[in-house]
Design a protein around this ligand. Structure first.
Ligand code: CP3
Length: 355
């Protein structure tokens, strides 16, 4: 298999790089005035996701501003439940609504398995348009939500603070939840494989809500379904390169070894873990992505630089570090703070190169 030349793909595969690559979760979004402008043109967020030309434009916006080392497909994790037949809407300021919530075996039977080429054809068109316009300057990352995280939105009918319905289901009707997770494993695997066929060069699985589960529940109800997806991905990209898989589970630093054993190439860390210790724990089995607290971007540029350098130094001069935040960037972040972060990471040097 050929060795990739892009530093982001090289770092994912733990190959030596000149400096660690950086991209930022939710790098295209409401903190950028130019994003707000295109969203206005599209009408609303979901129409923006479904318009390949405009979705491509917002994907490229943060790259034009900051010179990041990777692009991420502009879309949302909730397009999967929508393609399975649920009604999806984003009320202003209220977060997403999925209607009607999945609460019975009958609701589960009513869901269909999406055909990614047909039901999510607009995503595939966006992937192709982005790749054309990127012209190989940086790699394109595709993504999906994890089955557990998608199930929380589908069972709760939207966002939740307590996860009472989905956790009630986990304990009282585990076979119903397992049935839903099985459907999602199949849908997500097919969806990510389609993204790979259409040109994404890496994929990330977002398990935003893995950390709300108890220890054994995470392993059984979240990690196991992600492991099955990782095993089902066709990681030989159409260009012959290996397509790295990144697993990001928020609040799951204590499951690092288990995640590293899932078959993924990279584990994404939130900011509650020390990345230097995490590197020792995974012992070269996977690369690590992260892990600056997004709230550091509310501090001064000097403080941001110091924190970025602390993380880079803590990881040390070893291959396999992809710099990122520990979660998505906040809508009220000032863009010049992101510029300060990117400059700090791009200006960082080990002098002698990587060990
Ligand atoms: O990273 C990127 O730049 C790519 C785009 C992306 C979006 N959502 C765009 C978006 C990605 C990777 C996601 C993933 C996503 N969506 C996750 C997992 C990642 C995470 O942050 O943990 C989750 C849980 C969702 C579900 C979702 N989408 C919620 C809960 C919301 C509402 C949040 C809010 O603050 O209003 C969204 C909307 C959403 N997805 C926006 C964007 C840019 C904001 C929509 C807008 O423009 O109004």
């Amino acid at each position: 298999m050929p060795e990739p030349s892009h530093r982001f793909l090289r770092a994912c595969l733990r190959l030596p790089v000149d400096r660690p690559p950086i991209w930022i979760m939710r790098q295209a979004g409401r903190y950028l005035p130019e994003y707000m402008e295109v969203r206005r043109q599209a009408g609303d967020f979901l129409s923006l996701c479904k318009n390949p030309a405009l979705a491509t434009r917002v994907t490229l916006q943060p790259l034009e501003r900051f010179g990041l080392d990777a692009a991420i497909l502009f879309s949302d994790i909730l397009v999967i439940p929508e393609a399975m037949g649920m009604n999806l809407s984003f009320g202003t300021g209220e977060g997403p609504i999925l209607d009607p919530p999945v609460q019975s075996p009958l609701d589960l039977q009513g869901l269909r398995q999406p055909d990614p080429e047909k039901d999510l054809g607009y995503v595939m068109a966006t992937v192709e348009t982005i790749r054309e316009q990127l012209a190989d300057r940086v790699p394109l990352i595709g993504f999906s939500g994890s089955p557990w995280t998608l199930a929380t939105y589908m069972v709760e009918g939207g966002s939740s603070k307590t996860f009472s319905r989905v956790k009630g289901m986990l304990h009282d009707r585990p076979e119903l939840l397992r049935g839903l997770l099985d459907r999602l494993v199949e849908a997500v695997t097919a969806y990510l494989n389609a993204q790979i066929r259409h040109g994404v060069q890496a994929v990330q699985i977002f398990d935003t809500w893995g950390g709300v589960l108890g220890h054994d529940e995470f392993l059984e109800f979240s990690l196991e379904s992600m492991r099955r997806i990782v095993q089902g991905l066709d990681r030989n990209g159409p260009d012959g390169n290996r397509v790295p898989v990144i697993l990001f589970a928020k609040g799951c630093g204590h499951h690092l070894e288990a995640m590293a054993g899932s078959g993924c190439d990279v584990v994404g860390l939130d900011w509650t873990t020390r990345i230097g210790q995490a590197r020792e724990r995974v012992a070269g089995r996977v690369a690590l992505q992260g892990n600056m607290d997004p709230a550091v971007l509310y501090a001064s540029p000097e403080r941001i630089r110091a924190e970025a350098e602390r993380i880079l130094t803590d990881y040390g001069p070893h291959p396999g570090h992809v710099f990122n935040l520990g979660h998505g960037i906040a809508p009220d972040c000032e863009p010049h703070k992101v510029a300060a972060l990117v400059e700090a990471v791009q200006g960082f040097s080990w002098g002698g190169g990587q060990a």
